[in-house]
Design a protein around this ligand. Structure first.
Ligand code: URP
Ligand code: ZN
Ligand code: ZN
Length: 461
């Protein structure tokens, strides 16, 4: 059936204009003034923005980590994402050394298929680079449609890879047209500082942050950039938190190197002071890299505005406070790292970014949807409102104010790190490939409707 979104303000990364949007089947069929509505269902968007659905380049659903498994799976996680205005997620498929890559990818397909309510893709973690893995990577990129590879420079004795692994991955990625992502922190230094803190009896959540200093992130970011330049390859630094890392990315980009960066709402909105609370409360804010001193926030916002950083991912990795975060009572190194952010990413960035005048409406669309679609081989199918693109659309009412709370969120987790924060604007209606997923703030989607997205090889945007 045809649908016409009528009377809204269409916003893309390039333009803002009043127009109707005609949807036919799964695609946007026309955009223009006073479109013919005969035979169409009319969706009133007067006073609202008509945004492309958010593309979240960084989620961890149903992921074993820190001795437990994330609280949100592909069903609860993608439903919460949709409530928050996100219509595409790219999730991290974990590998184990010695296991064929096809097998680990199949495991991730089993987690997602029949559960996701919106479309999804996978990044693939690389843990080793022997001849078998290097050969298998061709199939991963060319046949599986997984055109981004993740290397962890931290989490010693768990995920951490050495520089040789990163360097070989960068070289192979260049040959295959894949984008290499890094978790950039110096895992060896952090391991040493962690052991030292625990030996001194410093066991509370705040020490998680103190044992992961900003320069450990800056150093690893600079090292990854240097290796990417040596390999003449392409690099994307996930969850950038601080000036020390932004500076390295800025320098690389000034030289014309193929280097990109992502930050996350938690680093733009929260700071290290929330971890310094009595008792175990700080565990709710344990992320790696950790929250930083407040002054870093404006550095991150300006980096988004100036294009030094290109995307905002949620790094959705939810663990309940009760029973999961509590695994680290008495030893901060055992607190599962990560937090629930997928649902609030979109409105936090609109509210703190556009509403507070830090970025423009078009920059908002760029960092929340378009750039991720471009960097990860999904554009123009995803990430914009254009004729021929998938009709993944968010109708957002900027006049409404909303208070974030675990009482009302849809993530499967018992706290919200942004509890009590007021945000400007609210997601009213969301369409995924032309079908309603959220209608007037209610879920009307279908579990299993989300499709796996085979992504194109990396192309410099
Ligand atoms: O603390 C975090 N960031 N948890 C998720 C895993 C990762 O490092 O991205
Ligand atoms: Zn990470
Ligand atoms: Zn992550």
């Amino acid at each position: 059936m045809k649908k016409v979104i009528q009377g809204g303000i269409v916003v893309t990364a390039a333009d803002t204009f009043q127009a109707d949007v005609l949807i036919q089947g799964e695609k946007v069929a026309a955009i223009g003034e006073r479109l013919d509505t005969s035979g169409a269902e009319v969706i009133d968007a007067a006073g609202c923005y008509v945004f492309p659905g958010g593309v979240d380049p960084h989620t961890h659903f149903d992921m074993p980590f820190g001795g437990t498994v994330t609280a949100d799976n592909f069903e609860t996680g993608t439903r919460a994402a949709a409530f928050g205005g996100t219509t595409t997620v790219i999730d991290f498929c974990l590998t184990q050394k010695g296991r064929p890559l096809k097998e680990v990818i199949a495991t991730w397909h089993e987690k997602a298929a029949g559960k996701a309510v919106i479309d999804y893709g996978f990044h693939l973690m690389v843990a080793e680079t022997n001849d078998r893995v290097l050969e298998e990577l061709r199939e991963v990129v060319e046949e599986e449609g997984i055109s981004s590879l993740k290397v962890f420079m931290a989490y010693k004795n768990v995920f951490q890879a050495d520089d040789e692994t990163l360097f070989k991955t960068l070289i192979r990625a260049k040959e295959l047209g894949a984008l290499v992502q890094v978790h950039a922190e110096n895992g060896d230094v952090i391991d040493f500082l962690t052991k030292e803190a625990l030996a001194k009896g410093n066991t509370g959540p705040y020490y998680h942050a103190l044992t992961r200093p900003a320069e450990a992130e800056g150093e690893a970011t600079g090292r990854a950039i240097a290796l990417a330049a040596l390999a003449d390859s392409q690099l994307y630094v996930v969850h950038v938190t601080c000036a020390a890392a932004v500076q390295r990315i800025a320098e690389a980009r000034e030289k014309g190197w193929n280097v990109y960066g992502e930050t996350c709402p938690q680093y733009l909105v929260l700071d290290i002071s929330v971890m310094d609370q009595p008792g175990f409360e700080g565990a709710k804010y344990v992320w790696s890299p950790p929250l930083r001193e407040k002054w870093n926030q404006e550095v991150l916002w300006s980096a988004l505005k100036s294009g030094i950083l290109q995307t905002v991912g949620s790094d959705m990795c939810s663990f309940n406070y009760r029973g999961q975060k509590e695994l680290g009572l008495g030893d901060f190194s055992k607190i599962p790292n990560g937090g629930p952010v997928v649902e609030d990413r979109f409105s936090l960035i609109y509210s703190e970014g556009v509403h507070k005048g830090r970025i423009s409406l078009n920059q908002f669309v760029d960092v929340i949807a378009t750039k991720s679609a471009k960097l990860f081989g999904l554009f123009p199918q995803k990430g914009t409102v254009a004729v021929g693109s998938d009709a993944d659309i968010v109708i957002y009412d900027p006049r409404v104010r909303r208070t974030i709370s675990a009482e009302t969120h849809h993530m499967n987790v018992d706290y919200n790190p942004f509890e009590g924060m007021e945000v400007q604007g609210e997601v009213m209606t969301v369409l995924s490939r032309g079908d309603f997923v959220i209608r007037d703030k209610a879920f009307v989607g279908r579990v299993g409707a989300g499709r796996f997205l085979k992504r194109s090889p990396f192309a410099r945007p």
